[in-house]
Ligand binder design. Structure first.
Ligand code: F0G
Length: 461
């Protein structure tokens, strides 16, 4: 297979994308108040705002959709999906949801408790939001190497810091209600978690009676990293790795819109029958009956197939190496990215890219705007806007340690030529970096906690 390094698929259906002028894009930016979420998708040339729900489905997924059984209760599609989920997760009980955050909601309802701590490597926003609404306090206990945007190599920057976790257990065990491991760790660069760390965290949880949950949106990419980086796993099949990962947990949630290779869907999976029944109850009220939970029969068919394709080694190798290709090429241009490259995207360090722009003038958002303006490429800010907060007493801004622009790569959607567009444009912006000034936040929008979706900015002249 020496020469067979290209994509393990060929393209049967194409979706045209529009080329636009810089002047046109400047108008779009103005109308959107310089917020990438408010730009219309048709005005985007290469869309890297997320890898969620944006996968290209295969011929097998599309044909499976014709088998969709849309019966309200007990449809064939549910049982086909359930079998595929059980195969990948090795857990018996499967409650579908309409997308990941609905599974987060159910999980928070069951495990998050008022005035108690939910510990994790780095909680994703949707669980964090659900937990906070309930008065539960989410704590990020990722290892130090993963907390900062840096270039230092560590194979598993998503790991939980075991000794810090032990200290918290020693002082506050009665305040710990749940431990959630996010694989891969989205907020710090799509960084993986090692099997050793999952095992050790699980043992610590078991010994102290803390329920252990895995947020598994990118479970297959995490398994791929375990296979290629963790000694002892090089000859283990991806699905044996995923099953081992989940063997240490009581429950898993999944946004199927990532490694499930589908456009919509979520899962709440557990080995605890009581927890399953509680989840059924919440799902019936909020999502739909137990055997569809907000998904249509055809979508469950697509997921049944997508989970199998998403855990295929050849596919994963193409996938993760495409992301690495982008990272390597950006590095050639001297652009500061979080290293090593993560599973689903490249995160560019905003503070290092624009050292003259202070965090309160949104350096990563400035990069997002520049990249769209120059090349019609849409990325997303994960920094001062998305995770900035106000001190409840003084009202002063509190900025996050991580200040990045995330360039997400959709699965099976773009070729390396599209990625070269990003490299050339960002390379030129980097060459001219000294000429850029920051931005002013002029509108926070109705959603203050996740203000990056609605915020408005002005360019500082
Ligand atoms: N958990 C993780 C780790 C996620 O990355 C996401 C979504 C969710 C849960 C929520 O799932 O969107 O299906 O409701 N992440 C997307 C992103 C939105 O762009 O990273 P959802």
């Amino acid at each position: 297979m020496k020469y067979m390094t290209a994509e393990p698929f060929r393209i049967k259906v194409v979706e045209p994308i529009k080329k636009t002028t810089k002047q046109y894009r400047q108008e779009c930016l103005k109308k959107a108040q310089y917020n990438a979420f408010r730009i219309r998708a048709e005005d985007v040339y290469v869309d890297c705002i997320t890898d969620s729900g944006t996968s290209a489905m295969s011929q097998d997924q599309w044909s499976a959709m014709f088998q969709g059984d849309e019966s309200y209760a007990g449809c064939k599609s549910f049982y086909r999906m359930e079998k595929s989920v059980q195969d990948v997760f090795g857990m018996p009980y499967v409650q579908p949801t309409h997308q990941g955050r609905a599974a987060d909601y159910i999980m928070a309802q069951i495990y998050a408790k008022k005035d108690m701590y939910a510990i994790g490597n780095m909680h994703f926003d949707t669980f964090r939001g659900n937990a906070e609404v309930m008065g539960c306090i989410p704590l990020d206990y990722c290892i130090e190497e993963g907390q900062k945007a840096n270039q230092d190599y560590h194979p598993f920057k998503g790991n939980i810091d075991i000794s810090r976790m032990q200290k918290l257990i020693d002082t506050d065990l009665d305040k710990l209600c749940v431990c959630i491991m996010t694989v891969t760790c989205n907020n710090n660069g799509g960084q993986p978690v090692s099997m050793k760390n999952i095992r050790e965290v699980s043992e610590l949880c078991k010994a102290n009676n803390i329920p252990f949950v895995v947020d598994s949106a990118r479970l297959a990419e995490n398994a791929y990293f375990i296979k290629i980086r963790e000694p002892g796993y090089e000859n283990v099949d991806i699905k044996d790795i995923t099953r081992e990962m989940f063997s240490y947990a009581e429950t898993a949630t999944m946004s199927s819109k990532k490694d499930g290779l589908v456009n919509m869907g979520g899962l709440f999976v557990t080995r605890n029958e009581d927890v399953y029944h509680q989840a059924n109850q919440i799902a019936i009220v909020h999502e739909g009956f137990i055997t569809y939970g907000g998904m249509s029969g055809r979508d469950m068919e697509a997921l049944a197939v997508g989970l199998q394709e998403g855990t295929d080694f050849e596919y994963l190798s193409y996938r993760v190496n495409q992301v690495k290709y982008l990272g390597d090429r950006l590095k050639e241009k001297g652009i500061p990215i979080i290293e090593p490259a993560g599973g689903h995207g490249i995160y560019v360090d905003g503070k290092k890219f624009f050292p003259q722009i202070p965090q309160h003038e949104y350096p990563s958002q400035r990069m997002v705007v520049a990249l769209y303006e120059e090349a019609g490429v849409r990325a997303v800010e994960i920094g001062a806007c998305a995770f900035g907060k106000k001190d409840p007493v003084t009202g002063a801004d509190i900025f996050p340690e991580l200040e990045t622009m995330r360039i997400c790569i959709s699965r099976r959607v773009y070729t390396n030529n599209h990625l070269d567009v990003i490299v050339e444009a960002l390379g030129d912006i980097y060459k001219n970096r000294a000429s850029y000034k920051g931005m002013r936040l002029v509108y926070e929008g109705p959603i203050v906690s996740l203000r990056h979706f609605t915020a408005g900015f002005e360019l500082i002249k």
